[in-house]
Write a protein that binds this ligand. Structure first.
Ligand code: FPP
Length: 247
């Protein structure tokens, strides 16, 4: 009886799988340092891990997975680390068509693309195009992304519309504004996960985090496995989400 009850507590409720999960893929550097490896080795391992976790999320029926791969602040890192991250991203984009074949997944890149080389921008366009018909899950990679930057970008687009007369200030409400965010075509973010022990958002999905549940783990991202993801979702399913109301 006890065992059965315990087992039940550890079974995911497939009807309450978070629709949209955000992950801050943190701890790559520490994972590498602990093994006497360069930080870049941690990023490589982290990129491989993303593939496993994306597959696991898709298999659970998650509709969108947004991962923080490079922030607007990450340009301040040593040049060789920035170069490795850009190269990893480029290599990944080139293999997306093959990787996503038979996976029913769509790739989306969110962030300010103006700082990327033409080579990377073409690879992004191509990768998004060849996966556009994937209906199962959107893998949304936040690249040169900052939550504040995203909000400023949206505000500029709204201001432009007011200026050219296609919108008047009275029309602007949260729903109107949100259509200019990178996540406009994705469901509300339900759960944000941060591995590696840190407990802050670091400019990730600031608008979208308003009512998302937060879960953190001490495990570094390269070691974050399906069972940890499952743990996060189980914790999410135990939360009482009131959205500011009373139940
Ligand atoms: C934070 O860990 C991680 C990043 C800034 C980069 C995350 C990028 C990847 C996992 C690779 C993504 C690649 C593809 C192809 C999507 P950190 O370096 O700050 O770790 P630390 O806090 O231990 O130093």
């Amino acid at each position: 009886m006890f065992l059965r009850k315990k087992e039940k507590q550890h079974t995911l409720d497939m009807k309450r799988i978070p629709q949209h999960i955000g992950i801050i893929m943190d701890g790559n550097g520490r994972w590498a340092r602990r093994r006497g490896l360069p930080r870049t080795a941690g990023h490589k391992k982290g990129a491989d891990n993303l593939e496993h976790i994306a597959d696991y999320c898709a298999s659970l029926g998650v509709k969108a997975l947004t991962v923080y791969a490079f922030s607007t602040e990450n340009w301040a890192r040593p040049q060789d680390e920035v170069d490795t991250l850009m190269q990893l991203m480029y290599d990944y984009l080139l293999t997306v068509e093959k990787k996503f074949a038979g996976r029913d997944m769509r790739l989306k890149i969110s962030g300010d693309r103006s700082r990327f080389s033409d080579k990377i921008n073409h690879a992004i366009d191509h990768a998004e195009e060849v996966t556009a018909s994937g209906n199962g899950m959107v893998l949304n990679i936040a690249l040169n992304y900052g939550g504040r930057d995203e909000i400023v970008h949206a505000a500029k687009m709204v201001a432009e519309r007011v200026k050219n007369g296609t919108c008047c200030p009275e029309e602007i409400d949260e729903t109107y504004f949100a259509q200019f965010l990178y996540t406009a075509d994705l469901p509300e973010v339900d759960l944000i996960i941060r591995p590696s022990g840190e407990q802050r958002l670091s400019n990730f999905l600031l608008w979208q985090a308003a009512y998302a549940e937060f879960w953190y783990s001490d495990i570094c991202w390269p070691d974050f496995k399906d069972r940890n993801m499952r743990q996060a979702i189980l914790a999410y399913q135990r939360r009482d989400r009131r959205f500011g109301g009373v139940k």
